[in-house]
Design a protein around this ligand. Structure first.
Ligand code: PMP
Length: 448
């Protein structure tokens, strides 16, 4: 048995022997976290932090949920692993439960270990099913970190050393962003021109297997398409014989106030990918769900894909427990009610701070976007600052928030506010009082 490590040793050894995600080694000073309960986690010095972004927008049930913990313990005691061509009771039960909560018509499932894996599977399935190769992604998007999924991810998340010429088989479309429309239109006069543009792309590119959309774009700024967008996109896909893949890795599982974000528009995707909230991140599970017609196709065609850890027994029981907990605690309805409160408070912050360009969200999924100039919507020049190794304005504010005992996810020019779905109004007030104070850092940099 090794000697107990001091907290400083834990941090030092981690830094010396591990990579810091999206960080330079020298800039990485990981917090040593020892426990969590409800919406709070605790560091090795006993300091508590309110988690205002559910970590990576995934700990939807909060920490220390006993039902999920027991399900992990029970499955570990019964059967920790069996290869995926065999089956388990949890696998069948989870499949039944998914039929209750997923958008109607998605009936066949592939269980993997992350959102990245789910998207990789979706691309392959789309290509196998259609016999076509191209996937249309969006410039502002994130779909994962391995070759295909980063290849389908927009430039904002692709490091300059990734192929800039795009991977073969992926083409990009403008993001759907009504705050700063890349086509310089405004809704509703535009008639949803971004969807028309996609149709134009599909027809002129040729060989398009699927359109890939984060239903609500997550890390890249909680971009919510306007009413009618998904209905129009669905029609365009159908008319052009192209599949629609909804990436709900972040936006799924009650986050937006519906079980899945696509439910806001009543549209059925052909393929839905998800992860994160499916187990509230207690164990790593990803899911690809496909429609009846795709399911039928694989009755006679080889499903040429799989993983050692596919349908891993330890991950499936906790997903069942997570869904049941969400149902027991009415968390989807709660996200609507508490989310409305959060939204009102954030709009009030916007009215007060000249550095806030936009506040937008659905349910308990919100972005606060900072600008140098509100009228011109000028962003801070974050890519250059990141490449120069400077601390971005959002990171400076997030640093102050952590010192005040609040964790807030910052990315480029915005914060992603997505607390666990069990968050209380008092906790929201606590976090926003601190944000109100620390936004002074950005306000000072604003012109005028
Ligand atoms: N898609 C989206 C929309 C995501 O937000 C993420 C992760 N942030 C992924 C895919 C990749 O998921 P993972 O990190 O589990 O591989």
């Amino acid at each position: 048995m090794a000697e107990t490590l001091s907290s400083q040793q834990v941090v030092d050894i981690t830094k010396q022997h591990n990579f810091g995600t999206w960080r330079r080694g020298k800039q990485w000073n990981p917090l040593h976290v020892v426990s969590g309960d409800g919406c709070w986690f605790t560091d090795a010095n006993g300091k508590r932090y309110l988690d205002f972004s559910a970590q990576l927008m995934c700990v939807n049930l909060g920490y220390n949920n006993q039902a999920v913990i027991q399900s992990i313990q029970q499955q570990a005691a019964e059967l920790a692993y069996i290869q995926p061509s065999y089956t388990t009771t949890a696998r069948a039960e989870l499949s039944q439960l998914l039929l209750e909560v997923l958008p109607k018509g998605l009936t066949k499932f592939f269980f993997c270990t992350s959102g990245t894996d789910a998207n990789e599977a979706a691309f392959k399935v789309a290509r196998m099913y259609t016999g076509k190769t191209k996937i249309i992604g969006r410039y502002r998007s994130y779909h994962g970190s391995t070759a295909s999924s980063i290849g389908a991810t927009g430039d904002a998340r692709r490091w300059p050393s990734e192929p800039r010429s795009k991977l073969p088989g992926v083409v990009f479309s403008p993001e759907v962003n009504c705050y700063k429309c890349p086509l310089k239109h405004s809704y509703p006069e535009c008639g949803i021109a971004c969807a028309d543009y996609l149709e134009y792309m599909i027809q002129n590119e040729g060989d398009v297997a699927a359109v890939l959309a984060e239903t609500v774009v997550g890390t890249n700024g909680v971009l919510i398409p306007p009413p009618g967008y998904y209905q129009k996109l669905r029609r365009i896909c159908d008319e052009n014989n192209v599949l629609l893949i909804a990436d709900e890795v972040m936006a799924g599982w009650g986050r937006t106030g519906k079980w899945f974000a696509i439910d806001h528009w009543g549209v059925q995707p052909d393929i839905l990918t998800t992860a994160k909230g499916i187990t509230s991140a207690y164990v790593p599970l990803g899911l690809m769900a496909v429609s009846e017609k795709i399911s039928a196709f694989f009755e006679d065609n080889l499903f040429a894909h799989g993983h050692t850890y596919e349908a891993h027994p330890l991950t499936l029981g906790p997903a069942i427990a997570t869904i049941r907990e969400m149902q027991r605690l009415n968390l989807v309805e709660r996200a609507v009610e508490v989310g409305a409160y959060l939204g009102e408070k954030l709009q009030a912050l916007k009215a007060k701070h000249k550095s806030i360009g936009d506040v937008r969200g659905l349910g308990l999924f919100w972005a606060v976007e900072l600008v140098k100039d509100q009228a011109k919507k000028t962003p801070f020049n974050v890519w250059q600052e990141k490449l120069d190794g400077k601390t971005l304005v959002v990171d400076q504010i997030a640093g102050k928030m952590i010192a005040s005992g609040i964790f807030l996810q910052a990315w480029m020019n915005h914060f992603v506010i997505a607390p666990p779905l069990i968050v209380s109004k008092e906790e929201i007030d606590f976090a926003l009082t601190a944000l109100d104070e620390h936004l002074a850092i950005a306000d000072q940099l604003v012109a005028g």
